[in-house]
Design a protein around this ligand. Structure first.
Ligand SMILES: [Zn+2]
Length: 247
């Protein structure tokens, strides 16, 4: 009899755990690609803005007439107010049709600190909204894509997502472009090309070395007939023109 009661208690405890994890997971929507039959990819650059690296990346994107997404940290984006070079590149991003994305404020690990994460994401969203506004564009929090630092994903993020009114986290394919000296130009391009598929989201970084591999990578994709999409609403490059976002 006692044994049966224990079994019953354990069963109910497991059921409660299951229900809670289901509830917290249900809001945690992650996006890994555009579900599409068209030849289209997204280029995304993390960890900026940086006056020198972004200036070069923007020049290359302009040369090939490509729209991308920049996931920026608050520590770097707050230099918008004090460093003219940073203001210049962020203003260029907005005016040249790229998307400003949120990459947290401190770029930490947040697994035990979801309240801090909510605070940071809201703070960076405010900075992004302000940068758009300075350039005469109105953007809402829900339209700002967010990518977690180190592509961290865990259960509690469902709570964070509901607090920042963020509809999805943006993931994608990450190679080792950030270890440029070890990886080198050819290997960086190879990693991306080996993972090329329709709707792919490529994760790259705002680094000076991007100028070494980015032109050839873009040319290779364009030769194959690929187009480039981003998260800028009401624009030709907006993802919804190609399909739906999915995992
Ligand atoms: Zn990062």
């Amino acid at each position: 009899m006692k044994k049966q009661i224990y079994k019953l208690i354990i069963f109910f405890l497991m059921l409660i755990c299951f229900i809670f994890s289901f509830i917290s997971m249900s809001h945690n929507k992650e996006v890994n690609k555009i579900k599409t039959k068209e030849k289209v990819v997204m280029l995304t650059f993390d960890d900026g803005p940086s006056a020198s690296a972004d200036e070069q990346i923007l020049d290359i994107l302009k040369q090939y007439n490509i729209k991308a997404t920049f996931f920026m940290t608050g520590i770097n984006l707050e230099k918008y107010e004090t460093e003219p070079g940073v203001k210049r590149v962020v203003d260029r991003m907005v005016n040249e049709g790229h998307t400003l994305g949120n990459h947290s404020y401190y770029h930490n690990e947040y697994i035990n600190d979801q309240k801090q994460l909510v605070k940071e994401l809201n703070n960076v969203n405010d900075m992004i909204i302000k940068a758009y506004a300075e350039n005469g564009k109105i953007v809402e929090s829900k339209d700002i894509p967010i990518r977690m630092p180190y592509l961290q994903y865990y259960r509690g993020l469902g709570y964070v997502q509901s607090k920042v009114k963020n509809p999805f986290w943006v993931r994608g394919y990450l190679g080792t472009d950030f270890l440029e000296e070890k990886t080198g130009k050819n290997e960086i391009i190879k990693q991306y090309m080996d993972n090329l598929k329709k709707g792919q989201i490529f994760v790259a970084h705002t680094r000076d070395y991007a100028k070494e591999w980015l032109p050839e990578f873009i040319e290779t994709l364009q030769e194959k007939g690929y187009k480039f999409s981003n998260f800028t609403k009401n624009s030709e490059s907006y993802w919804s023109n190609y399909g739906k976002l999915g995992f």
